[in-house]
Design a protein around this ligand. Structure first.
Ligand SMILES: *[C@@H]1O[C@H](CO)[C@@H](O)[C@H](O)[C@H]1NC(C)=O
Length: 492
C-alpha cells in the first residue's frame, strides 16, 4: 500500500490522468502560431500592411477624438467592440510574461508575439500619457455596444471615453497598466532599448499614481465596468503585482522594499486559488518566488511558501488539493468562460516548474513533495484537453484540429467581412447573424473559447456566450504554455 502511494506520488499523472493511448500527437507549434494570430482579429485601430487575418479592416479610427485625446488602437476584449482597460492591461502583462519565460522556445513566432505585446502597449502608453495624473481606462459604454451586433469596422455606437484621476481613482486598473508596461519593458529591452526605457519610465509614473490615489475604479465607473469587469477583488492585489513587475523590470531596490514592507497588507498571506483579470494574487506569488528560487532573496521566501499552497490546491491527490476537475480531466472553476482559469493556471504551473528547476526544488504539500515534472504533466493534460483530447473530441481553439466550434460568439467573425460585403450592416441588421445557424463566415483563427461545462458538455451555439465567446485574456497565458510545449516537443 505504502509503496503504491509512493509510486503514485512519483508519477501522479499516471495514477490520476489517463491519456488516451490512441490520441495522435498534437502539433503545438501550429497551435502556438494560431494562438498569437488570434490577437490580430482583436485589433482596434489602423491595421498595418502585414496584417495576416485579412478579413478584418480598420476600426475605431476616431476613438478619443471628441475628447481631444488619441485613443486609437488597442484590443477589443472578446466578442464585442469595447476597449476595456483592465482586461486589456492584464492580457498585455500575460503576453509579456509568456515572452519573458518562454520566448526562447517560440522559434519563428517570437516576432509575432512581440508585435502582439506592442499592440497592447502602444495603446496603453497613449492612455497613460495623455494627461497628468489621469489614465484613460475604457472606450465605449458596453451597455450601448451590446444593444447592437455590428462589425467593428461599421461601429456607429457612441465611443464614450472613461478615465481615472486623483479624484476618481482606480488603483486596480492603473497598477495593472503599470504591470503591463513594466513587463513589456523586459520584452523589448534588447530589441528596442528606447521603447523599453519609455515603457519602464511610464510604468513607474503610472504605479506611483495608482499607489498615491487609492480606490477601486468600479466605485466611480460602476455603470460601465460592472458587471463586465468590476473590480471584485479590490486593488490591493494589483498594487502588489504592479510593484513586483516594477521590481523585476527595474531591479530598483525601492520596489523590493515596497513589496517587503507592504506585502502582508496587500494580501501576500492570503491564499486564493483563481488567477484572473480580477485577482492577481496567485500570479504575484509565483512571480515573486523566482526572486527566492533564482536569486536567493530571503525576504521573498514567503512567496515560495504561498506559491506551494496555490500549486498544491491544483494537484489531484496532493495535501491541500481543493480544485474541481471535469470527468474528462479539465480544471473547472465556473461555467462562464471557464477556460480563462485553465489557461492562467496552466501558465503558472509551467512557470513555477521552470523556477523550481533552476533551483532543483520541489513543491511542499504538507509532508509530501510534488516535483516539477508532475506540474508539467498536469499542465500538458490541460493544454491537450483544450486542443481536442477530451471526451467531446472537440478542439476549443478555433481553426485548430479537425473539429472546432463554428458558431463563435464574436461580432466581426460572425458577420460577413467588410471586404466580402462592403455595405454597412447596421446595429439591428447584424442580429440575423447572431441567431443564424450557419457557421461564422470569418474564422477567428487561434481563439480559445469559454469552453465546456463541468461535465465536459459543450454546445456550439453562437448565443451561448458562456461557452463560445473568446477573450484576449484566455489566449494570452496560452501563448506561453504552447511555447513551452512546442519547444520541448522533440524531447517528450
Ligand atoms: C528607484 O525608484 C524610486 C521610486 O520610483 C525613484 O524615486 C528612484 O529615482 C529610482 N532609482 C533609480 C536609480 O532609478
Amino acid at each position: 500500500m505504502e509503496l503504491k502511494i509512493m509510486i503514485c506520488l512519483l508519477f501522479i499523472s499516471l495514477c490520476l490522468i489517463h491519456p488516451s493511448a490512441s490520441a495522435p500527437a498534437l502539433n503545438y507549434a501550429d497551435a502556438l502560431e494560431k494562438s498569437i494570430l488570434f490577437f490580430e482579429g482583436q485589433r482596434s485601430g489602423k491595421l498595418p500592411a502585414n496584417q495576416r487575418l485579412t478579413w478584418r479592416g480598420h476600426s475605431g479610427l476616431s476613438d478619443g477624438s471628441t475628447y481631444h485625446v488619441d485613443l486609437v488602437g488597442g484590443y477589443y476584449d472578446a466578442g464585442d467592440n469595447v476597449k476595456f482597460g483592465l482586461p486589456m492591461a492584464f492580457t498585455t502583462t500575460m503576453l509579456a510574461w509568456s515572452v519573458i519565460e518562454f520566448g526562447n522556445r517560440m522559434a519563428g513566432q517570437i516576432n509575432y508575439a512581440r508585435d502582439a505585446v506592442r499592440w497592447g502597449t502602444d495603446y496603453l502608453l497613449k492612455a497613460a500619457t495623455a494627461a497628468p495624473d489621469t489614465l484613460y481606462v475604457q472606450v465605449a459604454d458596453p451597455n450601448q455596444d451590446h444593444h447592437c451586433w455590428e462589425r467593428p469596422e461599421d461601429m456607429d455606437t457612441p465611443r464614450n471615453v472613461y478615465k481615472v484621476t486623483s479624484q476618481n481613482p482606480g488603483s486596480d486598473v492603473a497598477s495593472e497598466t503599470a504591470a503591463a508596461l513594466a513587463a513589456a519593458s523586459i520584452v523589448f529591452r534588447r530589441t528596442d532599448p528606447a521603447y523599453s526605457a519609455k515603457l519602464l519610465q511610464t510604468a513607474m509614473k503610472v504605479f506611483d499614481f495608482a499607489n498615491r490615489y487609492r480606490g477601486k475604479y468600479s466605485d466611480s465607473l460602476s455603470s460601465v465596468v460592472c458587471p463586465f469587469y468590476c473590480s471584485y477583488s479590490g486593488y490591493d492585489d494589483e498594487l502588489l503585482w504592479g510593484a513586483s513587475w516594477l521590481y523585476l523590470a527595474s531591479r530598483n531596490a525601492s520596489y523590493l522594499s515596497y513589496v517587503s514592507s507592504n506585502g502582508y497588507t496587500l494580501g501576500a498571506g492570503d491564499d486564493t486559488y483563481s488567477f484572473s483579470w480580477d485577482d492577481k494574487r496567485p500570479g504575484t506569488k509565483v512571480l515573486l518566488s523566482q526572486g527566492f528560487l533564482r536569486n536567493k532573496i530571503q525576504q521573498l521566501e514567503l512567496y515560495k511558501v504561498h506559491s506551494d499552497n496555490y500549486i498544491c490546491s491544483l494537484v489531484p491527490g496532493a495535501n491541500g488539493f481543493q480544485a474541481q476537475y471535469t470527468p474528462g480531466g479539465l480544471l473547472y472553476k465556473e461555467g462562464d468562460s471557464n477556460l480563462q482559469y485553465v489557461t492562467s493556471a496552466t501558465f503558472l504551473l509551467l512557470t513555477y516548474a521552470t523556477y523550481l528547476n533552476s533551483d532543483g526544488g520541489s513543491v511542499s504539500c504538507g509532508a509530501s513533495k510534488i516535483t516539477a515534472p508532475q506540474l508539467i504533466s498536469l499542465a500538458k493534460k490541460q493544454v491537450d484537453y483544450i486542443l481536442g483530447q477530451n471526451p467531446a473530441k472537440m478542439s476549443y481553439m478555433v481553426g485548430f484540429g479537425e473539429r472546432y466550434p463554428l458558431h463563435v460568439h464574436h461580432r466581426g467573425s460572425s458577420i460577413p467581412s467588410v471586404h466580402a460585403h462592403p455595405s454597412h450592416v447596421s446595429c439591428n441588421d447584424g442580429f440575423q447573424y447572431l441567431y443564424s445557424g450557419s457557421p461564422n463566415p470569418n474564422v477567428l483563427v487561434g481563439a480559445v473559447l469559454g469552453g465546456p461545462d463541468g461535465n465536459d458538455g459543450f454546445s456550439d451555439d453562437r448565443n451561448n456566450y458562456q461557452q463560445t465567446e473568446p477573450a484576449t485574456y484566455i489566449n494570452a497565458p496560452m501563448v506561453g504554455a504552447l511555447a513551452f510545449f512546442s519547444g520541448t516537443q522533440k524531447m517528450t
